[in-house]
Design a protein around this ligand. Sequence first.
Ligand code: SAH
Ligand code: SF4
Length: 355
Amino acid sequence: MENDRQAEGGEILDVLSLSYEEWEKLALETWKEPKFRAAQVCQWIYAKKVFDSRDMTNLSKALRERLACEAPLKLPIQAGERKSKDGTRKFLWQFEDGARVESVLLDHGTHTTACVSSQVGCPLACAFCATGQMGYTRDLTAGEITGQFLLMEKRLGRDVNNIVYMGMGEPLLNRAGVFASVRALSHPKMRGLGARHITISTSGVAPGIKDLADFEVPVRLSVSLHAPNDAIRNKLMPVNRRYPLSALVDALRYYKKRTEERITIEYVLIDGVNDDPQLAFEMAALLDGLGIYVNVIPCNPAGGAETLRRSPDARVRAFCAALSELSIEFEIRREKGADIFAACGQLAAKRGASL
Ligand code: SAH
Ligand code: SF4
């Protein structure tokens, strides 16, 4: 294990990427302490949001010092924060290597949702998405993903109830980082977030969906479909050439069989491109038997192609009327944070840029 080698070599551990079992191993084998030290440290970090080991007052002074030297938390620096009129907050983080990502905190009144990034940029280049237009730099580590959540929770001063992997990047192209962060955030002795409060959104990386179906934490799945046939989907989403709809639907049927969970479909409505009500019927036929729930998202401006405009309200209504006729449950996703470019598809933290 890489972390073991680092510990033996006296180098700095990336502790925020550890699973609970790895914490216990560290306590027993490296610190020569009882196992429950792992629970104590995790409680400070994940429950109390105390990130400096020198403040972890129920640990011995020697252990606190040791943690500070060998295992300090590598959290990003906050490089910006903006608050929208509707209460949505957008954060800009900078990591050690200068890479920057954004995350969003959505206030729903009764509950709060954190939207985190999984990659610096995204290699999939969807035509309508600002992140896709900035290219791809690297994957985030599990700790860099978890860190976004913990810092936002600390900033908010109370529990964040949900996490959605819907910020910058394609989570299922970074399964190692994303799955390890889910393990940490969901473990009862770490952050203890319920699996139903965790959602992973994918543009349709079919093998990743199968891995998610086999993953031990039954998180929710959201699929960015945006078109029910390969002709339209190929134009909007280059990922469809790699994993065409037949492969995607095959993976979704596997996921459904394994988990019996309801799958959410994200459908961004783009004027004259994918908003013909007939396409709702085509989608129903394609996904027959999967028991889907559809989030209809009028396309947000993302500084991309001029031809990709938001569908006018009448077109949105016509598309939704077709969904109703098909008895498909749906909601029109109210746009949040568009005034600060924090809405879906608008995240594009660039090196050197401010918010
Ligand atoms: N890469 C993953 C998750 C991040 S994108 C995915 O594609 O699912 C998060 C969501 O924002 C996706 O549903 C994506 O399709 C949507 N999105 C991207 N650009 C958008 C835009 N301009 N307007 C509205 N939603 C957009
Ligand atoms: Fe990447 Fe998702 Fe944006 Fe497509 S929509 S470019 S997959 S972040």
